[in-house]
Design a protein around this ligand. Structure first.
Ligand code: NOJ
Length: 551
């Protein structure tokens, strides 16, 4: 590919700073803690870190409520620590991608405080205000994502402001050019500090038309994204990834088409939402349906095959651990973690590893409301209790799909506090850290970590993994995922049994291959013939004979 950028062949790694590594024993992860673990990331081979927010914040939503874009939250460290992180990471060939949360600020941001204090001020118009409805209540019945009305009353002003997530997260008024100029200047200052890019939080909301109730992908979205790129990223060698819960294969290229001047990639969630009950939502997961799941990935691979670029992920800080959701977190924990990694990392796009997935971390099971920390889960709890839903029903949903699953501390070792902290952790540590931890997994050549290492290294050494055309096979097979990648006559074939049962099947001719085993730690097999027998969670990846190699 002629316009290849560094991030096309790199693998990202998401750090949720609160839960990664605590250097000072306050039970909360911090930037010096991250620095102390950079060697782990270098060993893994990743090219950049997506750092969830470390800005000053009252932490109503663990940093996705920013009170000062130009300061670091004291519990995470200082600006000097941050600069140290950037340079230590750079010395290991790792870029730092910051989280950009500009759909909203915290209600403790100086802009919002001024907006509330002085209705005639410029900053008042940085936010979205409306008069009460005819009955004196909220202007309308739009609901906040974390529960209750999206309109929040300020008695001293007699007006409501719009906070689509919660009252603690007032939405910024992107219609205001002065606000947009402030945001772009802030982004440029971060770029000038040497960051490698931005992951943009709920970016598809910034073009919203609130009165028309169009939140996602509103009429101004692409105008603003183009303006943002022109004013900030243009001419810089950085990467931008926008989060969008609404983007589809029909709209993806509007964001990341090569000539659009918007983003490099989007995080899309069609595969995640595929697993939710259509009417009752995320806390009511449907049984996993591999055929439907493959269809989503296959469609995205096809939609961005010639233009744009896919991001590839199975989990993040808002989702359950994928080994628990799509794999088997019991008997086949390690095998299922490796099989999913094989399938995901050999597709076309930039893969993202969420902290802990490289050692096969799993969901946690809570039994009391006091265990949960997440604003979304707690808001959902209040709503469910008000509706009279039994606690057990709430609990089952929260344990299956709640965001705290991904936020329990990184399990570094089998010690009492998992090597995460010497103090009281802000959220419970998964008791399985006595067996599931980085120290033991990294030693094991059949473990999860070394497998991720090999996959990440392959992306660096084999152009076919980066640029090869993706062709899916066995689309309707209920437990097997199979595809090839091809580039300039070279082929890579992948076949994986994503289930607890052995299977034996006939394979289509175009999937047949003879060559060197790529992932010999899972299977030393070097060919896919007419018929293949696959053990539970067995995944095979084979490169063409001509290029045969054992990694
Ligand atoms: C998406 C983030 O990933 C999530 O953690 C956050 O709660 C919302 N955006 C609001 O910022």
């Amino acid at each position: 590919m002629s316009d290849r950028k560094w991030w096309h062949g790199a693998t990202g790694y998401q750090i949720y700073p609160r839960s990664f590594a605590d250097s000072n024993g306050d039970g909360i992860g911090d930037i010096p803690g991250i620095i102390s673990r950079l060697d782990h990331l270098e060993d893994l081979g990743i090219g950049f870190v997506w750092l969830s927010p470390v800005y000053a914040s009252p932490m109503a939503d663990n940093g996705y409520d920013i009170s000062d874009y130009e300061a670091i939250a004291p519990e995470f460290g200082t600006m000097a620590d941050f600069e140290w992180l950037v340079s230590e990471a750079r010395a290991r060939g790792i870029g730092i991608v910051m989280d950009l949360v500009v759909n909203h600020t915290s209600d403790k941001h100086a802009w919002f405080k001024a907006a509330k204090r002085t209705p005639g001020s410029n900053m008042h118009d940085f936010y979205v205000w409306r008069a009460p409805g005819l009955d004196g209540g909220p202007p309308d019945d739009q609901q906040a994502c974390f529960g209750g009305s999206a309109w929040h009353f300020v008695p001293a002003l007699g007006k409501y402001y719009f906070g689509y997530f919660s009252a603690a997260q007032p939405d910024l008024n992107w219609q205001n050019p002065a606000l947009r100029a402030e945001i772009y200047a802030m982004m440029n200052r971060w770029y000038d500090r040497g960051i490698a890019g931005f992951r943009m939080d709920v970016i598809s909301l910034i073009g919203k038309d609130i009165d028309a109730r169009q939140h996602e992908e509103g009429p101004y979205l692409h105008k603003f994204l183009q303006e943002m790129t022109r004013e900030t990223a243009a001419g810089r060698d950085i990467v931008t990834v926008g989060e969008s819960w609404s983007v589809s294969t029909d709209t993806a290229l509007l964001y990341c088409g090569r000539n659009r001047g918007e983003l490099d990639m989007v995080f899309q969630f069609a595969h995640v939402k595929e697993g939710w009950d259509e009417d009752r939502g995320k806390y009511h997961p449907k049984p996993f349906d591999l055929v439907a799941f493959k269809k989503v990935f296959n469609e995205w691979q096809a939609a961005l095959s010639e233009d744009g670029w896919n991001s590839l992920f199975l989990t993040n800080h808002d989702l359950p651990r994928h080994v628990s959701r799509y794999g088997n977190d019991g008997e086949y924990r390690v095998r299922s973690a490796r099989a999913w990694a094989t399938v995901l990392h050999l597709m076309k796009g930039t893969p993202f590893v969420y902290q802990g997935e490289e050692i096969g971390m799993t969901n946690i099971e809570f039994s009391r409301i006091e265990d949960f920390r997440d604003i979304e889960t707690l808001g959902h709890y209040m709503e469910q209790m008000e509706k009279g839903v039994p606690f057990e029903e709430f609990l089952a949903g929260a344990n299956a799909n709640g965001r705290d699953n991904a936020r329990t501390p990184m399990q570094w070792d089998a010690g009492q506090r998992a090597g995460f902290t010497t103090g009281d952790p802000w959220i419970a540590i998964n008791p399985n850290h006595d067996t599931v931890n980085a120290a033991s997994d990294k030693e094991d050549s059949n473990g999860v970590f070394q497998h991720y290492q090999r996959l990440i290294a392959l992306r660096k050494s084999e152009a076919v993994v980066v640029d090869g055309r993706y062709t899916p096979f066995l689309k309707d097979h209920p437990t097997v995922w199979a595809y090839t990648r091809s580039l300039n006559g070279q082929r890579l074939a992948v076949i994986a049994n994503l289930s607890d049962e052995s299977t034996s099947l006939e394979t289509p001719e175009d999937l047949h291959i003879e060559g060197g085993a790529v992932s010999w730690s899972i299977s030393p097999r070097t060919e896919i013939g007419d018929r293949i027998d696959l053990e539970p969670w067995e995944a095979i990846a084979v490169l063409d004979g001509e290029f045969a190699r054992v990694s």
